[in-house]
Design a protein around this ligand. Structure first.
Ligand code: WT7
Length: 652
């Protein structure tokens, strides 16, 4: 049992890992962490090179880091094939017949792929891609459900040096078009459909709709996940191919060729403060080193662990902590296709019991939904196989932390609250489970090699418990290399605040012990159920509707989702507003972006609060939805009546 003690200064509980856990953990004491951290900050090249050497390289690098801000090159001159570390190496290290992926579909079927089988599937699919004429550096879009084939598709792209760009299956056809146009993809890998909450998501149909607008796709490879009337599929001759038919025609042997350490591995789109998502580019050697090392130390992956990360491969968590990091560690992992509440909120705990999961990684929003669903779900399952828990995506509220610790972790499992971003590629701030004392709500201390700090506007480090901007002062291997096709935006977004220093976009403070408390985004980015969404994206989706003249979107605290979406809409003159119209607008946003972007509330207003120069004052709207009133400075507001009218409306 881990023991907890009261922190006299804050009145909060401090949890320390149990002796039995620390004894077998990779990092066993704070002294060991501090020594290694110090070394890693003083000589990052030496620390990271040691980690990188545990991976498979065909040619060793000559220099660990070349840094010319804001551009980093890691393991300069080194050559590798990422697939060899994730798959091939395990054929000769005793893990060939070990389960790599234990998959369960939402309807309940299950499938296991050993490392040897995974290798065969990846090689076969690599040959399918080659037969379609796909070459190194070509962009390949992946739009699939949570099946092993999604991971196989990613690895096969990596194997031939193609750059994958995975799009979350919940995104709409319109969102696919935007991303296809931005990265100029040549091929798409999809499925006939996937199961989500008992229904089939028509993935191939969405792809077909997208391809009416984007014409540069040469091949669409379709995995048959459903294979029935539930997912009718139209195949276009010469463009669309069934995965299984192609597999029958190619060899299952493929020799992994080496690529440069800085070869592009993938592009992943994420929201920023404008309407256009950013294509975050990650490269091979550094990214793999970062994800490998963080899995090893933060999830303390051991050979007999059964690890389960509940994220979707469409997000960075799925890239780093389902595909690349865990496989490079040769761990056994569970992968689940569907919703946490299908058929009911016991599903996750059934899976933990059935597959004897030992490391479990999920999001605070899921935990809050479980709390609401009721304790009988976890209480009626045997969760004693668990030894370590993790969270990611947003700050975890202490209530959710304590519930997770007691109801899921049986008060014996350390919790790692991991802070990181699509851009950072790998976890940056987190406890190490065998040594770090944790307090609910803080991601605690920086990982090895991560020089995190909190700065004020002038670039000075702030004092204890003072708020400021979270920054990283030194380059790290898994950092983004650029925004695809937009160097200017890359510089503006991350490097303009302080020369040579990465600005994360989050606010934070550090307590006296140095623990980082992340307070949330400082830009116009919402965090809805742990997913990033730009207010500008939702606004431009709304304005694309024929009745809308103008809109302003803000976040408001939401019990389950962390943040909910509130939209203020002004319609064109002469148009009547109604509840039906609000409903239609919600659906419209779902259609343009995807279901996660649908506003929770829509308020119609004849005008939006603006400054005299015409800028929408979102700050006021934010305050209004959070507290019902507006305090602070409103002298720049052009028309005060707008606010009082809105206040009136919100009261109703
Ligand atoms: C943003 C990044 C990293 C994978 C999932 C989201 C927030 C993430 C935490 C945490 C507090 C967190 C930040 C960050 N965030 N993890 N443990 N505590 N906030 O990736 O979509 O790139 O979003 O999520 O605001 O900037 P993402």
């Amino acid at each position: 049992m881990s023991h907890s003690l009261k922190n006299p200064s804050s009145g909060e509980n401090i949890f320390k890992p149990a002796k039995e856990f620390s004894k077998n953990a990779r990092i066993k004491s704070m002294a060991q962490y501090q020594r290694m951290y110090q070394e890693s900050i003083e000589k990052p090249g030496i620390f990271w090179a040691k980690e990188a050497r545990e991976l498979t390289w065909q040619k060793k690098w000559t220099k660990a880091l070349k840094w010319k801000a804001p551009y980093a090159k890691w393991f300069v001159g080194g050559k590798l094939n990422v697939c060899e570390s994730c798959v091939d190496q395990h054929l000769s290290n005793g893990r060939a017949n070990k389960a790599a992926i234990i998959w369960e579909g939402e309807p309940g079927e299950s499938r296991t792929l050993t490392y040897r089988q995974l290798h065969r599937e990846v090689c076969t699919f690599a040959n399918i891609l080659l037969a379609q004429g796909i070459q190194a550096k070509d962009r390949v879009m992946i739009y699939m459900p949570m099946t092993p084939e999604a991971v196989i598709a990613m690895l096969a792209c990596a194997r031939i040096g193609a750059v994958h760009s995975v799009i979350f299956g919940g995104f709409s056809a319109e969102s696919i078009v935007d991303r296809l146009e931005d990265c100029e993809a040549k091929a798409i890998i999809t499925s006939d459909g996937g199961y989500r909450r008992g229904k089939v998501v028509p993935l191939k149909k969405n792809v077909d709709d997208a391809l009416k607008k984007y014409k540069k796709i040469e091949s669409v490879i379709v995995h048959q996940r459903i294979g029935s009337e539930e997912a009718p599929v139209k195949m276009k001759r010469g463009r669309d191919f069934w995965w299984h038919e192609q597999a029958a025609q190619v060899s299952s042997k493929h020799e992994a060729k080496a690529f440069d350490s800085e070869h592009p591995l993938f592009i992943l789109y994420t929201s920023g403060s404008t309407g256009k998502p950013k294509g975050i580019l990650h490269t091979a050697g550094g990214y793999l080193t970062g994800t490998y090392a963080t899995c090893k130390y933060i999830f303390d992956m051991q050979d007999d662990d059964v690890y389960w990360c509940t994220a979707d491969v469409g997000w960075i968590t799925g890239h780093s902590y389902i595909t690349y990091g865990p496989l490079a560690n040769g761990v056994t992992q569970v992968m689940y296709e569907g919703a946490p509440n299908f058929p009911d909120f016991g599903r996750f705990w059934d899976l933990v019991e059935k597959y004897q999961v030992s490391i479990f990684y999920t999001a605070p929003t899921a935990i809050r939904a479980f709390i609401k669903a009721g304790d009988h779900f976890p209480e009626s399952r045997d969760l004693s196989s668990l030894r370590l828990l993790g969270t990611v995506g947003e700050p975890i509220n202490p209530e959710a932390w304590r519930w997770y610790h007691s109801k899921i972790g049986g008060e014996r499992c350390p919790i790692v609250d991991t802070w990181w971003q699509t851009e950072t590629g790998a976890i940056m701030i987190s406890p190490l489970p065998g040594c770090t004392p944790t307090t609910p709500g803080t991601a605690t201390l920086p990982f090895f090699g991560v020089d995190a700090a909190i700065l004020d506007e002038t670039g000075q480090e702030v004092g204890p418990n003072e708020g400021g901007k979270l920054v990283i002062r030194k380059p790290w291997p898994s950092m983004l290399r650029t925004i695809y096709g937009d160097k200017k935006r890359y510089r503006n977004t991350y490097w303009d605040d302080y020369p040579g220093i990465y600005t994360a976009g989050d606010g934070a403070r550090r307590d006296k012990k140095g623990n980082f408390w992340i307070t949330g985004r400082l830009d116009d980015v919402l965090n809805v159920s742990g997913h990033r969404l730009g207010t500008a994206e939702v606004e431009s989706a709304l304005v694309a509707h024929k009745v809308v003249a103008e809109s302003a979107v803000v976040g408001r605290p939401h019990e389950i989702k962390g943040q909910g979406i509130v939209a203020f809409v002004t319609v064109k003159s002469g148009i009547e507003t109604s509840d039906t119209m609000a409903k239609e607008l919600r659906e419209h946003v779902g259609h343009i972006i995807g279901a996660i972007a649908k506003p929770d509330e829509i308020y119609f207003t004849p005008a939006l609060p603006k400054t005299r120069s015409g800028k929408i004052m979102r700050r006021l709207l934010k305050e209004l939805v959070a507290s019902g009133t507006v305090s602070g400075n409103i002298t720049t507001l052009e028309d005060h009546k707008v606010i009082s009218d809105l206040q009136e409306q919100l009261r109703k």
